[in-house]
Design a protein around this ligand. Structure first.
Ligand code: SF4
Length: 436
């Protein structure tokens, strides 16, 4: 049988959502992923259709999906504060189904965002933000600053497809027409691709950003205080001048800025600097989103509840308070008494207190593979992978939505099917409140 060829497929591994991938697949697995980077190829090749895997497990043993849906509904129904967490690797359609489920069970729902760019969302709410698309970056940006991000290892095609190397309408010579500055606390492989590397002290982002803002606005700064940040005033004076004289500048900021000391204050300082630079030139700021559809989770939660992450429905209406209704916090405070984990691995990303709680409460896992967490879960569902064996919509880091099309025929339900199935099972088993 000839391999199936899918042109312009979308890779959902990281926030770049490269949509120019050519996939060659047989009935069971992807054989070739043209133009994908190493991370993308690993994503495509490591998710075969998995014909032999059980579609559901209850207490680690294979079970019919219908029985598992009932068991999952019972776990959520018995809980006082059920938590739904993950969703950054699922489609928008699945995220919407998860929101409906969270509302119906009166639970807390939170996405990968709270552990990556939650502070960016808070800072954006405080200050507003100036963004542009990656297409505009490709065609216009002549000055690019990466801050607290290492795209060579985390978003390998960011340089080549969008920001640094491509020839654009107003940057016709590509790399030769662009200047790239990297600001980080350590010298990563991305530093070798930069024209200037500013190595700042760990935890000094806020001070460096506020100093840059002062310099951009021609305010005096205290040299001795600035030098405690690891860089000199002269380096920052030069950078401030370069940014003011750029034709079109852009900041790309990563979790090295958002999840270190200062968190949302760091991002707010960067957004304020971006706004100030627009008195002189055109400047934008774009978060480097890590998971393939974290941005979709923000968009769906915003559209349904009015908040981008950490939403609580326990009072029958949506409320949000980062630090109170975020997944780590409801787990670490031992409030969540059941959990539904959707295509996420909190065991490697959350602090120990949250993991300890998770290990003591009944939880349900929805994932593409059977992991050790699946075997320890009360219920596990094996689902098809978005963009490999299931379709849907995902948002790129610049908030542009893309369709994701499968190359393989699905052997399992999608995340959306399972979330809707649990919801339906709950509605069958939960008596409707009397409205008389
Ligand atoms: S850069 Fe990201 S989206 Fe693009 S191919 Fe690599 S992993 Fe996939």
């Amino acid at each position: 049988m000839d391999p199936v060829v899918v042109k312009n497929a979308t890779c959902t591994y990281c926030g770049c959502l490269c949509d120019d991938i050519e996939l060659h697949a047989n009935h069971n697995r992807i054989l070739k992923a043209k133009r994908a980077c190493g991370l993308g190829r690993a994503w495509f090749f490591n998710h075969p259709a998995e014909e032999g895997l059980p579609s559901a497990l209850i207490d680690g043993r294979p079970a019919p999906v219908e029985t598992a849906l009932e068991a999952a509904a019972a776990v959520l129904n018995d809980a006082d504060m059920p938590l739904i967490y993950g969703l950054g690797n699922s489609t928008c359609e699945s995220q919407r189904a998860a929101m409906a489920l969270a509302e119906s069970i009166g639970g807390v729902i939170d996405s990968h965002t709270s552990l990556t760019h939650g502070p960016s969302k808070i800072a954006g709410q405080l200050l507003g933000k100036l963004m542009c698309t990656l297409g505009e970056v490709k065609n216009r940006a002549d000055f690019i600053v990466y801050w607290g991000s290492n795209p060579v290892e985390s978003h390998p095609r960011h340089f080549t497809k969008f920001a640094l190397r491509p020839k654009g309408k107003f940057v016709r010579r590509g790399r030769k027409d662009r200047t790239m500055v990297l600001v980080d606390v350590r010298e990563t492989p991305s530093a070798r691709a930069s024209d200037q590397f500013l190595q700042i002290r760990s935890g000094a982002d806020l001070e460096v950003l506020t100093t840059l803002r002062a310099l951009v606005n021609d305010r005096a700064v205290d040299r001795s205080l600035v030098e405690a940040t690891g860089v000199t005033v002269d380096q920052l004076v030069r950078l401030a001048g370069q940014m003011k004289h750029a034709r079109f500048g852009v900041f790309f900021f990563g979790s090295g800025l958002t999840m270190t000391r200062g968190k949302h204050a760091n991002v707010a300082a960067l957004l304020a600097l971006t706004a100030d630079l627009n008195a002189f030139t055109k400047f934008s700021a774009i978060p480097m989103r890590d998971y393939g559809n974290e941005v979709g989770a923000d968009a769906v939660m915003n559209s349904v509840a009015g908040f981008p992450f950490g939403v609580d429905f326990s009072r029958g209406y949506a409320r949000s308070n980062p630090g109170e209704f975020t997944a780590v916090d409801v787990l670490a405070r031992e409030e969540a008494d059941a959990a539904l984990i959707v295509a996420a691995d909190p065991w490697t990303t959350m602090p120990q207190a949250a993991i300890d709680r998770l290990d003591r409460i009944p939880y349900i896992v929805i994932d593409r593979k059977i992991t050790p967490a699946s075997l320890a879960a009360r219920v596990h569902f094996t689902t098809s992978a978005p963009g490999i064996s299931s379709a849907g919509t995902a948002y790129r880091m610049d908030r542009i939505p893309f369709p994701v099309r499968p190359a393989l025929r699905p052997r399992h339900d999608s995340d959306e099917d399972i979330l809707r199935g649990i919801h339906d099972a709950l509605e069958r088993t939960t008596p409707k409140p009397c409205t008389l």
